[in-house]
Design a protein. Structure first.
Length: 213
């Protein structure tokens, strides 16, 4: 667990997306943030996502602390498997949600590589999350990662009240609208994936989102 200053993030020919170089002066995450991460990991594990985070988000870089009404940014890089960069709030459920989202991206990248899947770059599908057409790769990543955040959030929502409950409710409403559009194109997107295991996992997750909560 690291807490790099955003100004220390790098961009280079290695990756357009920002990343952090661990050096001799790198300091560990402060105790308060470590407690938050432990609580987030515990929440994820309680609701069935512990293994996903252990295997696909073992390196966590906390960036900016935000309020619930502020935009949260998070990302993962294909060249840094298992690494997640994320903003965070004081609520472990929000951090768990975002760690699950990015770990899902890392899982799918690993799965596609393991099964030697090459997706077409000249086929695009409308992604409601970007409000634009995206290649099959990006579309499937969005369906998979957001479906896991919904499945987690539905469960975590039952144990919270107050502002965080409203925040999670808003997330679920927004995702319901997004998936009502994305589901129309999922079958086509999955038709380009020859690996049955990946198709079944993604289809099952999105199906769980579309089923009544």
């Amino acid at each position: 667990m690291l807490s790099p200053c955003p100004a220390e993030l790098l961009r280079s020919e290695i990756a357009e997306t920002a990343y952090y170089f661990v050096g001799p002066d790198t300091a560990p995450t402060p105790p308060e943030a470590q407690s938050l991460v432990r609580a987030a990991l515990a929440s994820a594990a309680e609701h069935g996502f512990g293994t996903l985070l252990i295997q696909h988000a073992p390196i966590i870089c906390l960036l900016n602390r935000r309020q619930l009404d502020e935009t949260l940014h998070s990302w993962a890089l294909t060249r840094l498997p298992g690494t997640v960069f994320t903003d965070y709030t004081a609520h472990p459920e929000v951090l768990a949600r975002d760690l699950i989202h990015e770990a899902a991206h890392n899982w799918l990248n690993d799965a596609l590589a393991t099964h030697d899947v090459t997706l077409p770059t000249d086929v695009t599908l409308f992604s409601p999350w970007r409000e634009a057409s995206r290649p099959v790769y990006g579309f499937l990543h969005a369906c998979w990662a957001f479906s896991l955040t919904v499945l987690y959030t539905r469960q975590a929502r039952r144990g919270v009240t107050g502002a965080i409950a409203l925040f999670l409710d808003t997330h679920l409403r927004q995702q319901a609208a997004q998936f009502s559009v994305a589901a129309k194109y999922l079958e086509q997107a999955l038709s380009y994936v020859p690996a049955a295991e990946i198709r079944e996992r993604v289809n099952r997750a999105v199906g769980g989102v579309m089923a009544p909560a």
